[in-house]
Design a protein around this ligand. Structure first.
Ligand SMILES: Cc1ncc(COP(=O)(O)O)c(C=O)c1O
Length: 432
């Protein structure tokens, strides 16, 4: 008898959390690391939200509450979704979760049987792929192309749809690429999905970066397209919009009350309820006129940093970086750097058991961290299937401007440090 059930070996992880001990290992050598790995806004929670939470604690709002989410927050979510998406959202179809992450796995468990197919963007948030094997579904990655600005439409998804397609995951604005979809693209996607899929399919639309949009781009949701509200689970939360990742408040709007009730019961089984004082904080965040100003200030700073990071990366020989339209990540193509530093040759020379655990962009990521002290994320951290053929890094610009400038200087030095890479690789200590 084994200690762990077999399914334990099937779940993957989110490397953004896993990389912490590696960073500490470098810091313990007395070296300061520039952290471009973080997936959370580096701003404090807006003051008026903090005040609300403190007031709730002082009023002892610290007990169990409605497992589906407090009615006032569900009402605020439904109102915000109805106003911004032009849909008929109602509070009885809203479920509150501890963050926008839990609905990912819970929805796969709820809607997908073994053998059902799940289409998801790759590169994409790693938890989508992580759960697919765990629930026994079949992963169908939709590989996004840089030439199409990491966005996609009906022609891209059409060939992946089969009779077994049960769920299609969308994420605009996207982690890690910053891609957004236009209303036209979403209408086109909706058209293909409605023509080709059964009404029992579910579209999982992860819109957690809905407020972090640059230039004159706008956020659009597939749920706004005619007929899509009926098959879409719309997910968002307070983590990114209100710089409140530690508050653990997310929500989902389900197509029907019946479905929301299934998730209410899952909440009872897993969490009992979500902290009511933080739910009140999220409610005020959605209702207060002060929010738009707080979000605008944060997005303005992200946009200034985006210019610095994208221009800085493009100035480095061998790096090509598109301008993300939303979220707070740059996703540069590092193919040429991998060639210049001899990383492709090094990768090919590895024995199969090690090669299987790493990739060219992983080798560069590790070299950057251990030899030049910049923490980034490799391509493989955003969907493993087929990842070794794509050579990108994700850099978060949720870090202060001075650190970002220093990070760029270090990356530039690393890109010219062929000899340094050779030594690093031959030591063979940190190859994955
Ligand atoms: C695309 C995407 N979805 C969901 C989440 C999870 O958000 P939360 O912290 O609210 O659980 C993240 C966090 O990085 C994300 O990037």
């Amino acid at each position: 008898m084994d200690l762990f059930a077999k399914r334990v070996g099937l779940i993957d992880t989110e490397n953004a959390f896993k990389i912490g001990p590696l960073i500490r290992a470098v810091e313990e050598q007395g070296k300061e690391v520039i952290k471009c790995n973080l997936g959370e806004p580096d701003f404090p929670v807006p003051e008026f939200i903090k005040e609300e939470v403190k007031g709730q604690l002082d009023r002892d709002n610290t007990h169990y509450c409605d497992p589906q989410g407090i009615p006032s927050l569900r009402a605020a979510v439904a109102k915000q979704l109805a106003e911004t998406r032009g849909i008929r959202a109602t509070p009885d179809r809203v479920v509150v979760f501890p963050g926008a992450k839990p609905p990912i796995g819970l929805c796969q468990q709820t809607y997908c049987d073994p053998g059902d197919e799940i289409i998801y963007p790759s590169p994409g948030f790693p938890i989508y792929e992580s759960f697919i094997n765990y629930v026994g579904a079949r992963p169908v990655p939709l590989h996004l192309s840089e030439e199409r600005n990491f966005s996609f439409s009906g022609v891209d998804i059409g060939p992946l749809i089969t009779q077994k397609t049960k769920m299609i995951i969308l994420n605009f604005p996207s982690n890690p690429t910053g891609g957004v979809a236009s209303a036209e693209q979403l209408r086109d996607l909706a058209d293909v999905i409605q023509r080709r899929c059964s009404p029992d399919i579910r579209v999982f639309s992860d819109e957690v970066y809905e407020q972090i949009i640059f230039d004159d781009n706008e956020h659009h949701s597939i749920s706004s397209c005619p007929g899509m509200e009926e098959i879409t689970i719309l997910v968002s939360g307070a983590s990114k919009s209100f710089s409140w990742t530690g508050g653990r408040i997310g929500w989902a709007l389900f197509p029907t009350v019946e479905e929301a009730e299934v998730f209410r019961n899952l909440n009872i089984n897993y969490f009992s309820c979500i902290p009511p004082y933080n739910q009140e904080g999220a409610r005020i965040a959605l209702e207060s006129p002060l929010s738009q100003d707080a979000i605008r200030k944060m997005v303005t700073i992200f946009q200034e940093r985006r210019e610095i990071v994208v221009d800085g990366l493009n100035a480095i020989e061998g790096i090509l970086c598109q301008k993300p339209k939303g979220a707070f990540y740059a996703f540069p193509n590092i193919s040429e750097v991998c060639g210049n530093l001899g990383i492709f040759d090094a990768f090919r020379s590895l024995p199969p058991n090690i090669r299987g655990k790493t990739s060219p962009s992983t080798l560069f990521q590790m070299f950057l961290l251990f030899e030049h002290q910049v923490a980034t994320m490799d391509r493989k951290s955003f969907g493993r299937i087929g990842a070794e053929n794509f050579h990108y890094l994700r850099l978060s610009f949720a870090t202060d401007t001075e650190s970002l400038r220093e990070g760029l200087r270090r990356i530039s030095r690393a890109c010219g440090d062929r000899e340094g890479f050779r030594r690093f690789f031959h030591r063979g200590e940190r190859l994955y």
